[in-house]
Structures are given as structure tokens and as C-alpha cells.
Design a protein around this ligand. Structure first.
Ligand SMILES: Nc1ncnc2c1ncn2[C@@H]1O[C@H](COP(=O)(O)OP(=O)(O)O)[C@@H](O)[C@H]1O
Ligand SMILES: [Mg+2]
Length: 395
């Protein structure tokens, strides 16, 4: 998967620009606050359906302008032509999204076409922050590679909001029929069982990848491990091959029983609390180093190697599941790494693959142009970013 070009109009500080990317390594470089991250934010918008910096859509509109527009062209491996996606975000009113000219009804419908993995320094909070950060990591990664996962997730989010509102109304004395409670318990148990099964399988694939990358990066003896902890699954439930063997998964539906029972048995407590206390919205992805929680016990260097290994694993799993390597975007991470780690990450991302002529695309932002060590530096495509303008070359 390679980005061919992106066109911006009134996108953040970019009044009008067109950037053409090479299929290999691209470096967007320039001083601070010139628009480098704004470009990656635009590219990743099409993979994630929203800003990675948590900005609202109208904040992406250039100050004082009526709308922002971004148009991405990308090439899928083995395809003879580009796919075009466009987003028009008005300062007020409804956004317009299209793929090859055909309208898309929502951001969710956009996901799964253009796949990218983004590395930013803020990713560290996946290791150091709370469970919500880790669930969000899983949701973003899985939504891009499984339409089925995204469907269950949207359903679960909607049902949870509705049930929480119902619990509050019941707390205020509204009478709710047993049938209505049951519709929610069943719906949340079923969607929760699927989501937990996907997440557990993802965690198990990722755990293996992280072990390999972490060892390669640190040369250390500590063993990292990722384990998915869920209300919706028995601790010993084995992955059922939803991602790696989808045909077999059809015959082995995950069991909604454990979560259904919890939701039925504890409703009075939930009414008192005014919210749903059991479910995948309380689950966690446990990250450990030699059996101890990385958040509490790992050094800062180890935490950073942990998240970098997770990101390399995310790209690898996207490749395994979708058959194609995603575009890789690195926002400001290279400047904080020593040369050995830069080299290790490039070796891992840029590895020659047997039987595949496809190149792997990497787009990096940096304050200095010379961030790529070794022989690779000679085949980097440079783009200088200055005051919202993008100039080719520049070294
Ligand atoms: N909606 C907007 N309209 C105009 N300029 C914006 C908007 N949002 C952010 N900016 C400007 O974009 C610049 C930051 O760009 P960014 O891509 O984050 O910089 P960097 O090159 O350091 O990555 C700042 O100068 C900021 O004022
Ligand atoms: Mg930046």
C-alpha cells in the first residue's frame, strides 16, 4: 500500500499544496510549526477516519476559511491504478467523503481501504497510561484489518450508550420491562464476545511479534508479553482463528454466555451505579516484562522499546491478515532515537521480502533532513516543509 499523492486545500496551515510521494522512504523536514504533522494528519485521516491528534473536524479547517479539503491517491499492491479518496470538511455543516467519486455515508465506511500504521511519541501512553489507551490501540489496529470487528464494535458502542441511559432512567424510577433488559444483555454479550475474541487473538499474535522485535531492539534478556484480560471471556479461552483462519471461525462462534450471565445477575448494582459495570469497555491489555507490569516497573527506555515493538508488530500483523504491507507514518519519533534504533526500525520495516517486488513506503517527519542512517540515505525522497508550503528536495 503506497501513498501516491495528497492534495490539500485550506487544511490547517496549508492553503493549497500537492505532495507526490515515492514508494520508498520519504522525509518531510523543516522547522517546528511549519506543517509537517499536518500533512501526516491528513494522510492518516483516511486510514483512521479522524484526526490522530484528537482534533474536531472543524479544527482542521484553515483559520477563516469555509472548508478544508484533502484528496488522497494511493496504490494497492497488484493494482494497475490508484484509488482516490476525498474529504471535504466544512467549518459548519456536514462533511463529504468519497471513494473514487462515490459518496461514503460515514467515516466508518471509509476504514479498511487505505491502511496505515502511525508512530508518534504520544503512543508511549499505550504503555504508561490506563486501560482505555490500550483498548483504543486495539480498536484502531483491528478496525483497519477487519470489517467484521468494526461492525461489532460500532454495535457494542451504540448498545452500551443506550443501556447506560436506560440504567439512569431506571435509577430515576422508570419501569423497564424484563424483555427490554434482555435485548441489551444479549446484544452486549454477543458483540462483546466477538470483540473480546478478536482482541485476544490480536494480543496473542502481537505478543509473539513484540517478543521478537523487543529482543532485537534491546538485545536484552527480558521477555515482554501481552495478555488480553476480559469480562467476556474465560481466562483460558484459546484464540479461535478469527483473523488468521476466518473460514474456521464461522463454525466456532465465541460464547456470549459469560458476559450475558454477568449482565443479568448484577443489574441492581448497575442501576445504582447508573452505568454498565461489566463488558469489553472495562477490559485491558496487560503488558508485562518478565511478568511485571511494564507501566509500573519497566524503565523509560524499555517502555519506549515496548511501544516501538508493538508498532512494528501492528504493521506486521496488518500484512499477515490483509496480505499487504500498510503505509508507515513516523511523526517526530526518529529524532528521539539513537542511530542503532533508527537502523533497527528501518531494517524491520524495510526488510526485503521473498517473492514480493512491492516496496514498502515509509513517510517520516523530522526537523533535520539527515535522519536516515547508512546506505538508505541515498534513496530517500525529501520534501521540505515551510510555512504550510511543500518544496521538493532541499538538502
Ligand atoms: N486550523 C488551522 N488553520 C491555520 N493554521 C493552523 C491550524 N491548525 C494549526 N495551524 C498551524 O499549523 C502549525 C503547526 O503545524 P504542525 O504540522 O503541527 O507543525 P510541525 O511542522 O512542527 O509538525 C502551527 O503554526 C499552527 O498555528
Ligand atoms: Mg510535528
Amino acid at each position: 500500500m503506497t501513498v501516491t499523492s495528497i492534495v490539500f486545500e485550506n487544511w490547517r496551515n496549508i492553503a493549497a499544496a500537492r505532495v507526490e510521494f515515492s514508494p520508498g522512504i520519504n522525509v518531510l523536514w523543516g522547522m517546528n510549526a511549519q506543517g509537517k504533522s499536518n500533512i501526516l494528519e491528513g494522510i492518516y485521516f483516511f486510514a483512521r477516519g479522524r484526526s490522530f491528534r484528537g482534533a474536531r473536524e472543524r479544527e482542521l479547517v484553515r483559520f477563516g476559511e469555509p472548508f478544508a479539503r484533502a484528496a488522497l491517491s494511493f496504490r494497492r499492491e497488484g493494482y494497475g491504478s490508484d484509488t482516490a479518496m476525498e474529504a471535504v470538511l466544512p467549518a459548519a455543516g456536514k462533511k463529504r467523503l468519497t471513494r473514487n467519486g462515490a459518496p461514503l455515508s460515514s467515516s466508518a465506511e471509509m476504514l479498511g481501504s487505505f491502511r496505515a500504521v502511525l508512530f508518534t511519541p504520544a503512543n508511549l501512553s499505550v504503555v504508561t497510561g490506563g486501560p482505555a489507551e490500550r483498548r483504543s490501540f486495539l480498536d484502531i489496529a483491528l478496525s483497519q484489518i477487519s470489517a467484521d470487528y468494526l461492525m461489532w464494535l460500532r454495535k457494542a458502542v451504540r448498545l452500551l450508550a443506550e443501556r447506560n441511559a436506560l440504567l439512569k432512567r431506571a435509577g430515576d424510577g422508570e419501569r423497564v420491562s424484563p424483555e427490554e433488559w434482555d435485548v441489551y444483555a444479549e446484544g452486549l454479550a454477543e458483540s462483546g464476545a466477538w470483540i473480546a475474541a478478536y482482541r485476544r487473538e490480536y494480543a496473542s499474535l502481537l505478543s509473539r511479534a513484540v517478543e521478537r522485535y523487543f529482543a532485537g531492539m534491546t538485545g536484552g534478556a527480558e521477555k515482554p508479553e501481552l495478555t488480553y484480560r476480559s469480562h467476556a471471556l474465560p481466562e483460558d479461552a484459546e484464540p479461535i482463528g478469527l483473523l488468521t483462519n476466518p473460514g474456521a471461525a464461522e463454525r466456532r462462534r465465541p460464547d456470549p454466555g459469560p458476559l450475558y450471565e454477568k449482565l443479568r445477575a448484577n443489574r441492581e448494582r448497575e442501576i445504582a451505579a447508573g452505568s454498565t459495570l461489566w463488558g469489553i469497555h472495562k477490559d485491558d491489555l496487560l503488558l508485562t516484562l518478565n511478568g511485571r507490569e511494564a507501566r509500573a516497573y519497566a524503565s523509560q527506555g524499555q517502555q519506549r522499546s515496548f511501544i516501538l515493538s508493538m508498532k512494528l508488530g501492528e504493521a506486521e500483523i496488518a500484512r499477515t491478515v490483509s496480505g499487504e504491507y500498510p503505509a508507515v507514518l513516523l511523526d517526530d519519533v526518529f529524532s528521539e532515537l539513537d542511530e542503532n534504533r533508527r537502523r533497527y526500525i528501518l531494517d524491520a520495516l524495510d526488510a526485503e521480502e521473498e517473492g514480493s517486488a512491492a516496496s514498502r513506503q515509509i513517510i517520516i517527519t523530522s526537523c533535520e533532513p539527515d535522519v536516515i542512517p547508512g546506505a538508505r540515505a541515498s534513496r530517500v525522497c525529501f520534501h521540505r516543509v515551510e510555512g504550510g508550503k511543500i518544496l521538493e528536495g532541499g538538502t
